[in-house]
Ligand binder design. Structure first.
Ligand SMILES: [Zn+2]
Length: 693
């Protein structure tokens, strides 16, 4: 492991953090060095602290412990990510024989020097009880590999040498804080304390020394493992296994089934759905095919801290059957078995969620599920490190995880702390797919569907416009919630491969919004057959291809879904010189009704939204109106603004219709607030000639 400490960088931090003390600047600097190394900490794992003497508001000198606040990641931490705690009162807590978690949290809350600072790390008291100025703590992979062994203590002592104190696993919080402080006092020459099945603490009077000790000791652990196992540090042992070409297509089939199998009713009665993160690197595929695969899944977490992100075990799927029904028959019972096992493990605590998070699928790799894409990614990262560490641990000796009861205590405790009952947005957990996503209506729909909590995939044939829309949406709603894929709706093969890509990236699809459309102005007398074909191909065939492409995914998921077809007021109120468009839209409308009839058995609802006169805004204008606008303006002797006003005045409600209005109608249908399918909802500001009938 490389030591990344660079005196020039450290100096630069001191200058950048001029508003803070030198001690804090260096604290931030080495914390980030630790955070950046994924073999040391993962996603908010690990914590660091510094003790400083500062002046309080009445100019008295007080000692303050600045310890990492929860919600901050060491890799990107700032000075305000450290919560300042008055050291004297919290050190006195050590006199107590027992301190409940609630009482500890209260003490950590009332002894802050800044009321708005984040909740301090659960290991805050440990940092307080040790005397050193700087303390670094990680759950380094190599330390976990050594400590999760039958002869773990002997390995640690052999690998790290005599200046390291080793203590058995103790529950985090007050008990661990006391245990580490006592261990240090028994051996005050130590540079570090290793807690079995948990991690390592290094400490010193200088930031650099604490960091150096961390890197030096973790490197010794890595070297020890490498020498004992005679293998590269990260990698899967065993013979080269031929990669199967089918793993990609297996993933595309497995992911929606998994998504369906773990979806569950939320407290409010709605279905709670999840996003997937698939990891298919050759290492993981090899691990999934290895004889140890099942044992890897069953043998527990590396450290109890991980259980909240990964659960205590993974589900192993030992093969991928050729037919979808067989696949469901394999996966659904596997999830049920996990739930049964989990209920036993947690002694039937009904308030705990019994569903699995990680799956190792033979020949495919590892798949994680999360309420958000970020949560899925975090779980996947921890799962990946866990699998690699277990393979190495097995190569080293006998992997022996911590007792299940300790894991459960931690998991239960963490779950209780996690704020439950947070209101779920109406489309949270869902994946929405919008064709014609680069147009004014597509953009408006995407905005509203994103605001309702879904992850959105926009597609369009126009890559550069699509890119622009994606950037605007990603800026507003977050990069990981907006995917964009160039697609031609008239080609079923392309549509199907787009759906495969969505399954690979997100796990499936819940809301399909066929919206792509083109317009052409010509009287029948002048309408050229190839133009007619083109309009029919995009507007009618394109609706059919997109609905057809989604059906196998709906079937695999088994969780229903929504198709909301963007129709047109022209279906009910056609216009002269607009034959190809009106006929194609009427056809698409009829296809949608057929879909409503056929897909009800899958729980998929199909509804139509009939907009009129959506011009778009300056950011994203309407391609349809670019096409038909000039002609309409000419025939009515109006300019662009005049034409908009004309349509507004023509409507009953005198309202300018926007893409967002159309999006609201889509969200209404997709939210399933009413048991409705096969319906048309006009979004046209009121047009008697276009009332659905
Ligand atoms: Zn820890």
């Amino acid at each position: 492991m490389e030591n990344l400490y660079n005196p020039e960088d450290a100096q630069q931090f001191i200058q950048q953090c001029a508003a803070y003390s030198r001690a804090m600047a260096l604290r931030v600097y080495t914390s980030r060095l630790i955070g950046k190394n994924r073999d040391l900490v993962l996603h908010g794992g690990g914590n660091t602290s510094v003790k400083c003497r500062i002046k309080n508001i009445v100019d008295e000198a007080i000692d303050v412990l600045f310890v990492k606040g929860s919600g901050w990641d060491l890799a990107t931490i700032e000075p305000e990510g450290f919560t300042g705690l008055m050291l004297d009162p919290i050190r006195k807590l050590r006199r107590l024989g027992f301190l409940s978690d609630e009482a500890m949290e209260n003490q950590l809350a009332i002894n802050r020097i800044e009321s708005r600072s984040p909740n301090p790390s659960v290991e805050a008291l440990l940092h307080a009880f040790l005397p050193h100025k700087y303390i670094d703590h990680t759950h380094a992979d190599s330390i976990l590999i050594l400590t999760n062994q039958k002869q773990g203590r002997a390995y640690v002592e052999e690998a790290l040498g005599s200046r390291v104190t080793v203590i058995p696993y103790v529950m985090s919080g007050f008990p661990l804080a006391k245990a580490v402080a006592e261990a240090y006092e028994d051996a005050p020459d130590a540079d570090a304390v290793v807690v079995m099945h948990h991690g390592i603490f290094t400490f010193a009077e200088e930031a650099k020394t604490a960091y150096d000790n961390m890197v030096r000791l973790v490197t010794r652990a890595e070297t020890f493992i490498a020498e004992k196992t005679r293998t590269a540090f990260i990698g899967v042992k065993g013979p080269e296994i031929e990669m199967m070409g089918s793993s990609e297509s297996d993933l595309v089939r497995v992911a929606p089934v998994l998504r369906g199998a773990v979806s569950r009713p939320a407290p409010d009665g709605r279905l709670h759905r999840f996003y997937i993160e698939a990891r298919t690197s050759p290492d993981l595929v090899k691990a999934s095919l290895s004889p140890e695969a099942k044992e890897i899944c069953r043998s527990g977490v590396l450290t109890p801290d991980h259980a909240i992100r990964t659960k205590h075990q993974m589900v192993f799927i030992d093969h991928v059957p050729e037919f979808d029904d067989d696949l469901k028959d394999l996966i659904i019972p596997a999830v049920e078995a996990f739930k049964t096992d989990f209920k036993r493990y947690c002694q039937n605590r009904m308030d705990l969620d019994p569903y699995p998070i990680l799956f190792l699928v033979s020949g495919v790799g590892m798949i994680a599920l999360g309420e958000t894409r970020k949560a899925a990614r975090v779980s996947a990262d921890i799962g990946e490190h866990t699998i690699r560490a277990k393979l190495l641990a097995n190569a080293l000796g006998d992997y022996e995880p911590i007792a299940e009861s300790h894991v459960f205590d931690m998991e239960c405790w963490n779950l209780q702390k996690k704020k439950l009952g947070k209101a779920m947005k109406s489309l949270q957990g869902q994946v929405a797919f919008i064709t014609g996503g680069a147009g004014a209506i597509g953009f408006g729909i995407a905005k509203q569907v994103l605001a309702a909590g879904a992850v959105v995939v926009i597609s369009d044939i126009d890559g550069s416009r699509l890119n622009r829309v994606q950037n605007i949406l990603a800026e507003a709603f977050g990069e990981d919630r907006v995917e964009a894929m160039v697609m031609d709706v008239t080609d079923l093969d392309t549509v199907e491969s787009t759906f495969h890509e969505i399954c690979r990236r997100l796990g499936g699809i819940d809301i399909v919004i066929p919206n792509a459309g083109i317009a052409h102005v010509a009287k029948l007398e002048d309408l050229k057959p190839e133009k007619f074909d083109q309009v029919i191909s995009v507007n009618l065939k394109g609706t059919y291809t997109v609905i057809k492409g989604a059906i196998p995914i709906f079937r695999r998921q088994g969780t229903g879904g929504n198709i909301v077809v963007i129709s047109s007021k022209n279906v009910f109120d056609p216009g002269a010189a607009f034959g190809a468009y009106s006929a194609s839209k009427a056809g698409a409308h009829q296809i949608s009704k057929i879909a409503a009839l056929e897909l009800a058995e899958l729980g998929v609802r199909v509804n139509m939204v009939n907009p009129d006169a959506v011009f778009g805004d300056d950011a994203i204008g309407s391609k349809l109106w670019e096409e038909v606008g000039p002609d309409r303006m000419k025939s009515r002797g109006l300019d662009a603004q005049g034409l908009k006003d004309y349509y507004r005045q023509r409507s009953l409600l005198k309202v300018q219709v926007s893409g967002e209005h159309v999006g609201n109608a889509v969200v209404f249908f997709a939210s399933e607030l009413t048991p409705t399918t096969g319906a048309s909802l006009p979004v046209d500001a009121g047009n008697p000639a276009a009332f659905p009938r």
